[in-house]
Design a protein around this ligand. Structure first.
Ligand SMILES: [Zn+2]
Ligand SMILES: [Zn+2]
Ligand SMILES: [Zn+2]
Length: 251
């Protein structure tokens, strides 16, 4: 099965406007170092994870139909591209009801009436939808706000996506057990160092990968202020793959 990482970056993207750090400077010169905001696509179930603000650009390159949309949480960099889905007639959104509320608001504000479906998912419950099963699990990301990851079972394959999460995930026995031995773990690795209740740093993202023991781990949501791509590759070594925009993975 194929998975396509559309965007490997965090909220500001790389390069970030007016920033002259090493990553931003390099990304301006060499397109392979650019990181658009996080999003991924699973062709087998025509699923998009997180409609990033770069969705127009992503869809332009991808040129495939989107039918199922999973939204990890309602932060700008994970949901703001939603109106770009206007080219698709039949879309079903899956997330926690609070996140879906924001999704619906974006649809109504920018597109008006649509025959789109919104399917609320309670946390920590399995749901079956024909050719896939999904579980939405809560993570600690921003106090008082709802945020979660997904476990998707598609045929024989299991894909776990952390979404944005603080290092608290390393102590969440329930989640760790649920995502154990996934075929693919997509873990955020935003900063050099973890920020409690906010984001994972490099060391903790590697730790998570080792605890989960997935067949493949992909590190994503990488900030411009993180290490350079080569330094990250050096650091994660056997633990996983450092994401790049439009990277194709076989699982
Ligand atoms: Zn984010
Ligand atoms: Zn920068
Ligand atoms: Zn976030």
């Amino acid at each position: 099965m194929r998975v396509i990482l559309l965007g490997s970056g965090s909220y500001s993207g790389t390069p970030k406007a007016l920033c002259n750090c090493e990553n931003c400077t390099r990304a301006r010169k060499f397109p392979q170092y650019r990181r658009t905001r996080f999003s991924m696509y699973i062709p087998k179930i025509k699923a998009l994870i997180d409609p990033s603000p770069d969705l127009y650009y992503h869809l332009r390159h991808l040129n495939e139909k989107v039918e199922n949309v999973f939204i990890t949480h309602p932060h700008f960099d994970h949901i703001a591209g939603l109106p770009e889905l206007q080219v698709f007639k039949e879309v079903t959104f899956y997330s926690h009801e609070k996140t879906l509320h924001v999704a619906k608001l974006l649809q109504e504000t920018f597109l008006g009436e649509r025959e789109w479906r919104y399917t609320p998912l309670d946390f920590n419950r399995w749901y079956g939808f024909g050719n896939f099963r999904v579980k939405h699990f809560p993570v600690v990301h921003q106090p008082g706000e709802v945020a979660g990851g997904f476990i998707l079972e598609i045929g024989e394959k299991k894909i776990a996506i952390t979404g944005d999460t603080g290092p608290e995930i390393l102590k969440d026995e329930r989640v760790l057990q649920d995502i154990q031995g996934a075929d693919l773990l997509v873990s955020e690795m935003t900063h050099k160092h973890s920020i409690p209740k906010t984001h994972l740093g490099v060391e903790d993202a590697i730790k998570l990968a080792q605890m989960v023991g997935a067949n493949k781990t992909l590190f994503v949501h990488i900030s411009h202020s993180n290490y350079t791509h080569e330094e990250l590759e050096e650091k994660v070594r056997e633990a996983g793959i450092v994401g790049r925009d439009f990277m194709h993975l076989k699982i």
